[in-house]
Design a protein around this ligand. Structure first.
Ligand SMILES: [Zn+2]
Length: 423
């Protein structure tokens, strides 16, 4: 963690601004710029926490902020403690503490016993630029709150970042949702992460969402979610190019000499467009690329030297092969449209299910023509399994969609995400 102070810029600043706001301070706009508003909020936070009130986030202040960012504390039971009191002190509920500590007996707390106490704030922020590190911490935070969920890694990216998956439910009906094959479409990662958090929150509180019985879904289905298929690309777009990146020189060359990736880069860190790298009419995809003058690594649409040349796509394919998915949703932005066909290999029910998705999301069902119609994740899934696979193009506007669209996108897609697990 770098020291943050007046004038600093970055996704780390943004994350801390969002946290300060969430816990009741006024850092000003959540814009990733450490201005006087943020400094004053940090000073107020430092005073409340008996820290040196210098308005600078150094190791001492960060230590406390980090605990809040991950959303839970480790607490040792003191004489006279009750869970009700602890819950009150952390602005949380007894139920949340019990959920995070399976087997705990509220009436027989042992002095010195170590427990996890989730703060009464949400883990997943939906008002910030969502980097890989933020997602990783959110996953850790969710796993601490809901220790019964299965979390794992489907493989690694070019730069060795994990392709995390989270599984909701234990039932035999397996479905698979993934997000952010494309770097500029990173808003689909917090979409899926927020869905996971809201699902778990309601499930453990015994509540329904939009009339869907979560307990029933949990028993009958297993929803496997990989929220970020392209973490290297996303960090490149959101954090910029790091000097230590082993592809530093090449990336600049592939980006037509520019060090600004923020509005153009869709590929992974080897300049391969992951959603053009699947073995589903890959040769035709290649021909279309050549016609467009795309002959090698670059910001978008280069399908790689051969199908599944990239560790990210290879990991997704292995992950699918290791399961028995009845249906797949691949999230992208933008257009408010759902693609459902591939080479007419999709099963007859694919259209009917697509129409239901269209109904609950307000998105239209679309046909794909040209270069976008080959070598994608859902294309490969349909071809390989003859089961329903969908590309959902969420939101509307120019990529990257601003995070200010999050609430609309979430609202449009929440029911679709529930429905896909039972349809
Ligand atoms: Zn896309």
């Amino acid at each position: 963690m770098r020291v943050l102070k007046l004038g600093a810029k970055g996704t780390d600043v943004m994350e801390i601004q969002a946290l300060l706001k969430k816990i009741g301070y006024s850092p000003g706009p959540i814009d990733g710029y450490y201005g006087t508003g943020t400094r004053d909020a940090v000073i107020a936070f430092q005073k409340d926490n008996d820290l040196t009130a210098d308005g600078i986030i150094g190791p001492q202040t960060y230590k406390i902020i980090n605990v809040l960012l991950r959303g839970y504390d480790t607490y040792y039971i003191q004489p006279g403690d009750t869970l009700w009191e602890i819950a009150k002190n952390y602005y949380t509920t007894v139920n949340r503490i019990v959920t995070a500590n399976p087997g705990i007996n509220p009436y027989e707390l042992q002095i010195g016993q170590e427990i996890i106490v989730p703060y009464g704030i949400d883990v997943v922020d939906t008002n910030i630029d969502y980097t890989y590190e933020i997602m990783e911490r959110d996953i850790e935070g969710l796993k601490a709150r809901y220790p019964f969920i299965e979390v794992g890694s489907a493989g690694e990216s070019v730069l060795g970042r994990k392709l995390y998956y989270i599984r909701l439910g234990t039932g035999p009906n397996q479905v698979f949702y993934n997000g952010a094959h494309h770097s500029l479409e990173w808003i689909t990662s917090p979409l899926l992460m927020k869905f996971i958090e809201n699902f778990l929150k309601s499930y453990t509180d015994g509540r329904n969402i939009r009339g869907y019985n979560l307990e029933k879904i949990w028993k009958e289905s297993s929803i496997y979610i990989i929220p970020m298929v392209n973490p290297d690309g996303i960090n490149l777009v959101l954090n910029g190019l790091n000097r230590e990146n082993p592809y530093y020189e090449e990336l600049i060359k592939w980006n037509n000499g520019s060090t600004d990736f923020s509005n153009v880069w869709q590929a992974n860190n080897r300049g391969v467009d992951l959603n053009h790298n699947y073995p589903a009419k890959w040769d035709e995809s290649r021909e279309a690329e050549i016609e467009l003058g795309i002959l090698g690594p670059g910001p978008t649409r280069y399908g790689g030297p051969f199908p599944l040349s990239e560790p990210e796509t290879e990991a997704i394919v292995q992950f699918v092969k290791n399961h028995n998915f009845r249906l797949v949703l691949a999230y992208h932005t933008q257009g408010e449209v759902i693609y459902w066909r591939f080479n007419d290999l999709q099963p007859p029910e694919a259209k009917r299910i697509g129409e239901l998705f269209s109904e609950v999301s307000g998105y239209r069902l679309g046909e794909v023509y040209g270069i976008a119609s080959y070598a994608g994740m859902k294309d490969w899934f349909i071809q390989e399994y003859r089961r329903p696979g969908y590309t959902v193009e969420a939101g509307r506007g120019k990529n990257p969609l601003p995070i200010s669209q999050f609430d609309n996108i979430y609202n449009d897609n929440e029911q679709l995400l529930l429905l896909a697990s039972v349809v």
